[in-house]
Unconditional design. Sequence first.
Length: 288
Amino acid sequence: MATNPPVSHIAVLGAGTMGHGIAQVAAASGFATTLYDLDEAALGRARDRVVANLQAAVTKGKLTALQRDDALAQLAFSANLEVAVEQADLIIEAVPESLELKAQVFRNCSQVASSHCIYASNTSSLSLTALAAATDRPDRTVGMHFFNPPYVLTLLEIVLAEQTSVETLSVVRVVGDRMGRTQIEVRDSPGFATSRLGVVIALEAMRMLEQGVASAADIDTAMELGYRHPMGPLKLTDLVGLDVRLNIADYLHQELGGDQYKAPQVLRRMVRAGKLGRKSGEGFYKYE
């Protein structure tokens, strides 16, 4: 495989909760960054969120006004895929958790992306090996799993497909270092390390709530103060999205079996009722 040039331009695909946060981190780390989404309204919301996040960091003394302005100068927004990826050295997709959708996104990119460009997926559970096999560059496909919100949580879970080359791993590690990420490396397995552990805790918390063991607030406080988790499992589920948690649980139950991955009925009922967490205004808690 030819030697990859250093990464200078990153394209982030998907302007939702994770996509706009990853784009913000990339731009603030000095990478020329383009955030792509087909939905112009989603791009507008993403732009507003990034501006607000950076301004909040200035207000808290975590960034200077100059650093805020430099980050915004590095960040572009586009509803045109060709414009977004034609100069990219690294593409990070952050579209919904569907293997076929993610594969189709990368197939679309192959029409315009440079031959050296690396494909990275922010998937939290899907098979990177299967995704890599569906691309035109399996050796340059890798998982870069960020955590919500990426501009606060600095963990980066690097997931290696069976096909991922040593050079690709080296390149994304350099990118992760420049982004200030603490990196862990895992082989491709359902749920990787973080989702596999996190989902078990979240589902057990839901079963405890369902059985009347304790209130949502008390279950969360038990983990926050008893185990020093920064956020309890039910609050975290509201942040991630109950629909996302349900999809991951169903996938892990299908792939790994075991009652620990079986979604409790309370989760299914809430998703059916549209109670998806923060993004809908109500989940295990209510939000303004």
